[in-house]
Design a protein around this ligand. Sequence first.
Ligand SMILES: *Cc1c(COP(=O)(O)O)cnc(C)c1O
Length: 377
Amino acid sequence: MKLNDIKTPAYVCEEAKLKSNLELLSYVAERSGANVLCALKGFAFSLGMPMVASALHGATCSGLHEAKYAKEHGFKSVHTYCPAFSNDDIDEVLTLSDHVVFNSFNQWDKFKQKAINSGKSIGLRVNPQFSQSPTDMYNPCAKYSRLGITRANFDASNLDGIDGLHFHALCEESAYSLELVLAEFEAKFGEFIPKMKWVNFGGGHHITKAGYDVELLINLIKNFRAKYGVEVFIEPGEAVGWECGFLVCSVLDIVDNEEKTCIIDASAECHMPDTILMPYRPAMRGESKNGKFTYRFGGATCLAGDIVGNEAGEPFYKFNHEIKIGDRVIFEDQIHYTIVKNTTFNGVKLPNLAMMKENGEITQLKEFGYEEFRRRN
Ligand SMILES: *Cc1c(COP(=O)(O)O)cnc(C)c1O
């Protein structure tokens, strides 16, 4: 089956690109001595999971369901952090996980006995209160943040049974950003590191983006390990799925109200949510800065603002060719933080999932229909 044979909308993961991301992450692990985990929150694309699970050290999970998913997909180790675990979930989380990270001393006190009895390695998430995150929506160290324990709240007398410290303060950031965060983390929490077996540097490392300083990351990790003698973990999500696939849609109609808007069978709101939340404007295949044909692209939903790139203030796409009803169009880099955030708002269909070889052959396909909407509503 070829790309043009599959029904739209569909997320298509390009196997060779995912493989090359995983190779770079494995290189970082090998050279730095860090354990690299995949944050399932950003990338839980089932058709790619066998590759990810075999290439990386394990999975980072945000709670019970991701921990189950990690086990089911054969990850070698499971690391679970949640802003607050519930009584209902904690036993199973402890059973499934190798590392469990608590977000507060309340949670640690509440589940201490269970955690110790489980024999699992337990950590605490701290808030270094420093971040260069581009937007407060994605800044775990923003004012009043609920994520992680601040130094003022850190109870040095309550660390018996704690093996590790965890921080997560980056979002699509450079190795230099990590260097700055690390300095703050060490200044605030450095005195406790010698008591620990491991430190988890969280996610947000944009390792697979062109221009990322991989050697600086490797050196930071190596120096940290040498200085403290602890194991180091990093848990990128976005970097695993970065630029390794696209969302292909069909143009259902084109309306002309001073500007032309293509109505597509996918939705910014439901299928590319970060274009609205971050916000940002995804690239489109075949677009051309100086093209003569200008269009906006909007979903077949009732939401007026369901226009790709609208919130970023750049909703217009230019092409050198005319777009016609029935054409297929492609939004680039739509594999991470999309599938995991899909909704069926307006009853829209969830895009199918496909894995594609370099020669354009579709090797695996997962299709969705009415059942998903019905079961969830
Ligand atoms: C979101 C998150 C990650 C992954 O972040 P990316 O930006 O996708 O690399 C890792 N760890 C924690 C605790 C997170 O919240």
